[in-house]
Ligand binder design. Structure first.
Ligand SMILES: Nc1ncnc2c1ncn2[C@@H]1O[C@H](COP(=O)(O)OP(=O)(O)O)[C@@H](O)[C@H]1O
Ligand SMILES: [Mg+2]
Length: 447
């Protein structure tokens, strides 16, 4: 094998900081360019699609696609697709991956959105492919991706769209799960029954609470519980769409949900639809709210097997029109996890990973105010330590409570600030008791 000084340097650098993802991706790219494909792919074996930022996911998916691993690239792309806020580059590679897998409709959709974000983007080869694709998508070829890794080779089945979660993946929040089950999942699964008793079908659920406390996670799990496709819409995409062809595209979004039904259409940062954040787009956004609501009302009339879920970190900025009957009439507070919930979340985060004697209850007791995302950050940071150790010692030590304790002082809870803002709204602007749950939480947890 020819030696390449740049590659050798990058390798040494990566040895020194093995968790540096951009560095890993750069090295993989260079190896690929040097036609050392197997080495490049081996670097990507342990990538966790869910843990990648959009930029890294874009690079990783491009590498995998160029390396002939389209199925694997798809896992990376779909793991990230749901997270909203997409860049043109990301959407472009998503379109290429889907086209490679003959998933024509969704390829075209991603490609359309990519050019929505960046109209200057071109890809004649992709255009040609899409143009040649028949309207009836051909049968997906059976895929089997073999990944060469450290521990030899293993088979990876390409995941469908993203990873399916269920309530078993949501730690704690038992009451919340019960509420969602009773008010959301049952009516969704048995609309006729509910209609018989004069209950209005349709309507949506609005989740609110501090960032990182599992709104998106819960919405995903709700989709999983319903056996529905999960569609995560970034508000930026809708606003972009608005500036483009407005209602037609908003309608297309709802239509897409209908086509893919049963589906959960999850709209994050729903407050942005109200346009209160900027006077200049206020008027346009006002129309956007009403077209959104009329789409929603339309869903209510003819049950479409589409569940609409919204989420916001700033409920006080949400247009009150959203809360009228038949719309987001279930407004649900997703609080910071209490101690038992933290314990459950930690156990979930440690599931199937090498850990020994990590007492989740003890960690939970010391992480008051931590969000689920904070806990995730804590555990990931602790694993970084373990990996460093593994490299130094050459062994494969498991995570221990000592690692967690060492990184704990570095991680700060992020829910406190949200709670104090929410407290003000709850005390001084609690029309119709809409923040009673927040007040109850603060009272119980003494903040
Ligand atoms: N109850 C929970 N159970 C398991 N994991 C959780 C829970 N809450 C949060 N998490 C973890 O924290 C991450 C961030 O949560 P997320 O749903 O994105 O928060 P939000 O949408 O409220 O900002 C999730 O990806 C998940 O890994
Ligand atoms: Mg979220």
């Amino acid at each position: 094998m020819p030696s390449d000084p740049l590659i050798d340097q990058l390798k040494a650098a990566l040895q020194a900081s093995p968790t540096n993802l951009p560095l890993r991706l750069l090295l993989a790219r260079k190896l690929m360019e040097a036609t050392r494909k197997d080495e490049a792919l081996a670097l990507l074996v342990d990538l966790e699609p869910q843990a990648l930022g959009t930029a890294d996911a874009t690079d990783a998916a491009t590498l995998l696609l160029d390396g002939g691993e389209a199925g694997w690239a798809e896992r990376v792309v779909e793991g990230c697709y749901d997270r909203g806020r997409s860049s043109a580059r990301f959407l472009h590679v998503a379109a290429r991956v889907r086209a490679e897998l003959n998933d024509w409709n969704r390829a075209a959709q991603a490609w359309m959105m990519a050019r929505e974000v960046d109209p200057a983007l071109t890809d004649p080869a992709l255009d040609e492919k899409l143009a040649a694709a028949r309207p009836e998508p051909p049968q997906k070829p059976a895929l089997r991706v073999v990944v060469g890794g450290k521990e030899g080779r293993r088979d990876v089945e390409p995941a469908p769209t993203g990873q399916t979660l269920t309530f078993a993946d949501v730690g704690g929040y038992d009451e919340l799960k019960k509420t969602v089950h009773r008010k959301i999942i049952l009516p969704f699964q048995k609309p006729d029954l509910f209609q018989k008793y004069g209950k209005q079908a349709g309507g949506g659920i609005l989740l609110y609470g501090p960032p990182g406390c599992g709104k998106t996670h819960l919405a995903r799990a709700t989709a999983g519980e319903c056996g529905a496709v999960f569609m995560n819409v970034a508000i930026e995409d809708v606003l972009d769409m608005w500036q483009g062809e407005s209602e037609r595209k908003l309608h297309a979004l709802f239509q897409l949900a209908r086509d893919r039904a049963p589906a959960v259409l999850f709209i994050d940062e729903i407050e942005a639809l109200g346009g209160r954040r900027s006077a200049t787009i206020h008027q346009a956004a006002g129309i956007l709210v009403s077209s959104f609501l009329s789409e929603m009302d339309g869903f209510g009339k003819s049950n479409q097997k589409v569940l609409i879920m919204g989420a916001t970190n700033v409920p006080w900025a949400v247009d009150p029109a959203f809360r009228r009957p038949g719309r987001f009439d279930n407004v649900v507070f997703v609080p910071p996890p209490d101690r038992p919930a933290r314990e459950a979340i930690i156990s979930i985060l440690l599931r199937n990973r090498p850990a020994r004697d990590v007492d989740a209850a003890a960690v939970a007791a010391r992480t008051s105010g931590f969000s689920g995302a904070d806990l995730k950050h804590l555990i990931e940071t602790a694993f970084d330590l373990v990996i460093e150790e593994a490299i130094e010692s050459g062994g494969e030590p498991p995570l221990s409570i000592g690692h967690v304790t060492r990184v704990l002082p570095k991680i700060r809870p992020t829910t406190t600030e949200w709670l104090s803002t929410a407290r003000n709204y709850a005390l001084y602007s609690n029309e119709g008791g809409q923040y009673d749950d927040v007040l109850a939480f603060i009272k119980e947890h003494g903040r």
